[in-house]
Design a protein around this ligand. Structure first.
Ligand SMILES: [Zn+2]
Length: 244
């Protein structure tokens, strides 16, 4: 009798360990939200940063840094230099590279439609632009990215509205989508984008610092069903706002 009870207890313990393991092994594994549109992605022994901004430390561990566009909350020279190491490849639209070309040895100027093979990291450059506001005109050729590391594909939308090109994105494991409104999609529009993209998981971003709140992330999550949404806590605390 005691033996049987022990067996059941052991089985229950194993099951709960297995479940916790499963939570950690989802497509979001290796993805850290650093606040706003800033992410660190570590998969298949590679480290990619996208739009690093307001970082609390200087890890100098980036294999690849991707910049979506030249607005200050996406292109921060100071933060790029905090994550760069001698072998880092910096990728971005030409107007994002100009202030960094002397500091970073390898730079790649890109525009939507191009793709790069960077030693184990495949980068597809995709369009990102506004359709009902003027902050990010299509003519600027600013970017979103699909990053493939190992067999996993992560889409960072950049600052964009819902655009028809989103339908063409294929086999997206994780979609990082802005939800703040004002400069890019609202939570409701981001849920429409998620339905077009049909990722295995969506993660809201671009809120909690300059524009947008946790409420936007929650509304996004409600409206995304049945697509699973994971709301992250930022791992790099934003500093107080400048009073401009
Ligand atoms: Zn932005």
């Amino acid at each position: 009798m005691l033996k049987r009870a022990f067996f059941f207890l052991a089985a229950a313990a194993l099951l709960s360990v297995w479940q916790v393991g499963c939570v950690d092994a989802g497509p979001e594994k290796g993805i850290e939200w650093l606040g706003h549109a800033s992410f660190r992605i570590e998969k298949a022994k590679k480290v990619v940063y996208i739009d690093p901004w307001r970082l609390a430390s200087e890890p100098h561990d980036a294999d690849v840094i991707l910049i979506t566009h030249s607005h200050f909350d996406h292109l921060s020279v100071e933060d790029v230099l905090k994550v760069a190491k001698p072998s880092t490849v910096l990728v971005g639209p030409p107007d994002c590279i100009q202030d960094l070309a002397e500091s970073i040895a390898t730079v790649r100027r890109v525009k939507p439609g191009e793709s790069l093979e960077l030693d184990g990291v495949t980068v597809e450059v995709v369009p990102a632009y506004n359709t009902n506001k003027m902050h990010h005109p299509k003519s600027k050729n600013w970017a979103g990215y699909v990053v493939e590391m190992g067999k996993e594909r992560v889409y960072h939308a950049g600052d964009t509205d819902v655009i028809p090109e989103m339908r063409e994105l294929e086999n997206i494991d994780v979609a990082l989508l802005p939800v703040s409104g004002t400069y890019c999609m609202t939570a409701e529009e981001a849920a429409t984008a998620a339905a077009l993209i049909n990722p295995k998981m969506a993660i809201p971003m671009h809120y909690g610092s300059l524009v947008g709140t946790e409420r936007d992330a929650e509304r996004f999550k409600e409206r995304c069903q049945p697509i699973p949404v994971r709301i992250f806590s930022p791992t790099s605390e934003p500093q107080p706002e400048a009073s401009s």
